[in-house]
Design a protein around this ligand. Sequence first.
Ligand SMILES: *Cc1c(COP(=O)(O)O)cnc(C)c1O
Length: 390
Amino acid sequence: MKDKSTQLIHHGYQAPAGFAAPAPAVHKASTVFFSNCRELRERDWLDKQAYTYGLHGTPTSFELEARIAALEGAKHALLLPSGLAAIALVNQALLRQGDRVLLPDNVYGPSRAMARHELQAWGIGHAFYDPMAPEQLALTPDVTLVWLEAAGSVTLEFPDLPALIQGIRAHAPQALIALDNTWGAGLAFDAFALGVDVTIHALTKYPSGGGDVLMGSVACRDAKVYERLALCHSRLGVGVGMNDCELVLRNLPSLPLRYAAQDQAARRIAQWAQAQPWVREVLHPALPSSPSHAAWSALCTQAAGLVGIRLPEGTTRETVEAWIDGLQLFHIGWSWGGPISLAVPYHLETLRSLPNSPKGWMVRLAIGLESADDLIDDLARSAASVFAGR
Ligand SMILES: *Cc1c(COP(=O)(O)O)cnc(C)c1O
C-alpha cells in the first residue's frame, strides 16, 4: 500500500472481536485502569502499544498519530492542541539557552512572534533568512535548529529545499532541520525524503478540512529525536481531545481529493487574476511567471489552494477593504483548508524583517470547495465596482 489515498482509508485499528465498521471507535479517558500494581509500575507511556494515562493517548489518538506519521512519511507523530503548539513543542524540546534558531523571513507570523518574545526571554537567539537566497544562510556554530517553510506563509515563495538542506548539513552539522509542512500537507512533496529531521503540520487546515477543529502534529523518523520531543510533550501536558481526533480521522480519507480540488480551483483563479488590469502580481508557485516556479516544479505537481493577489502601488487600505467587503461567497477570516473560501488583506510592510522585502497591499485567498466559476464571478463583481477605471 504505497499510495497515500489508500493508506488514509485502510488502517490498523483493531475493533472489538466480532465487530467491524469503517470508523475506529472514540475512546475517551483521563484515568486508564491497570490490572495490578506491577502492571502500573512497569508500563512505559512511551510504548505506544501500552496505555498509562489519558493525556498520553488512547487507541483513538494512537490511531491518528499512526496515520499522520504515514501521511508525513515519518515513523513517529505526536498530537498537539494546535499547529502553533506543535511549533512551540519543537522549539522547547530542541533548543537550549545560548542556542540560535534560524527562521525564513516568510515564516508563519506567530512563529516569528514566539522567537521574538518567548525564545528571546529564555536566552535563545534567532535570525531571519531570505529563503530564496540559500547561499546567504548565516550558519554560525550556535545554530542548532533551522526552520523551513514551503511555500512560505502569505506570500507563497517556494524555496529551493534541496539547496537549503544541503547547505545546512554542510555548514552546520550540529543543526536539526524542521519543516512546517502545512502547505504541502504531506501530499505535495516528501519532506523526509529530502532530508528534514522534523515536520510540523497544522492539522487545523487540510486534515481537519472542516474549519471546526484546532490540532497540530509533530513528526519525525529518528528514535532519539522522537524521544526528546515525546518527553517534552509529556512534561508540558499538551494533549488533545478525542472528539477532535475523531473529526480529523473522519476527514483524512478525503484529504487527497480535497487537496486536489482546491489546488485546481486556486490555479484557475490565479490565472484569471493574472489577466486583470488592477492586479500587480499574482503569488502562486505553479504560475510559470512565479520566481519560485522552478523550485516548486522540481519537487511538486500539486499545490495548496492559496493565492496571493498583490495590488498596484498607491492602492489604499479603503480600496482593498472595499473589494473584500463586497465579496459574497468569500468570507473574511483566518485559516484555510475548509469548505468555505476566505479572504484576508495584508499590508506587506508589517510582515517582514529583512530589507528590500515586497511592499504594498495584497489579499490572500484561501480557496474552499465551491465552484471556481462562482468564485471568479464573486471576485470580478466586487472588483468591477471598486477598481472601475483601472
Ligand atoms: C495555520 C498555520 C499554523 C498554525 O496552526 P493553528 O492550528 O492555527 O495554530 C502553522 N503553520 C502554518 C503554515 C499555518 O498555516
